[in-house]
Design a protein around this ligand. Sequence first.
Ligand SMILES: [Zn+2]
Length: 298
Amino acid sequence: MRKVKKNLNDIPQRLRNCNAHLDRIINERKNTGTKAIQAQFNIYSGLAEDVNSVKYKLKNLYKGKCAYCESIKDDMTVDHYRPKDSVSGGNKLGYFWLCYEWSNLLYSCSDCNQIYKGYKFPILGRYFDFTSKSSAELKTDLNKLNSNLNKFEKPLILNPEEKNFSPEKYIKFNRDGKPIGIDSKGRGTTTILDCGLDKTILNGRRKAKLDNLLLYSIAFLIKNPDKYTDEEMVLEFKEMLEKLKCKISDEYTLFYKWSLKNVKEFVYDNPILRKLPDTGKFKINLKKAIEEKFEVTF
Ligand SMILES: [Zn+2]
């Protein structure tokens, strides 16, 4: 997960054009109560290749990565942060008035969106009672991210577009790629659980990316240990550490942030480095590179 800055005024044209359709959905839902809404997929989503689609715009904002797990996959979807159809354990009718709301649409893989998150939207406050609101009211302040509705309900699932969002306040990782919630309100823990961020396959992918980077970087040193002076080796290790500062478009940036924050545990003590020849020279120079680069005291 990483912070995403979405311009809430830069609303895709297709969402701007759906006012009449949205009115129909709101009126139907308010009048009939339980009828499933007929939200039009091509309005809020469309094809990722279609430059006019909402999905295309979200893909660019999210650098092609899932809002929750940061994976880049083939089956990316448009997620309704507040579920549009119903909310398990909460408002049975869901947030139908937010089905075309730009601030409610996130880019997500189908695993996080459909298999795990689904109709879940746990909160700390009270669920908003829409029945007393007019259609016009539902379409005004109540549908914006960071609006009063957000403060009133206090959602537990993290949203990368929140104001002043820092995912590292909520989720940390261990060296095996396993995410752990750390905030006292339980937002990190809830997000991990409800979005399936602790899946074995996902933990393995995070861990493998780090391990592969370390392996790739030390492979040449293993092959020719005597070719390098201590200074050259320290330099090589520093370059390897630099690569841990990945680009925002890379997968699993939050995991890499934790790798850098805990570089002794994640890199120096990483079991993958046991593959280094036991000359001591490698580890001494790696320790030196880490100390110089991160001012870490061993
Ligand atoms: Zn995902």
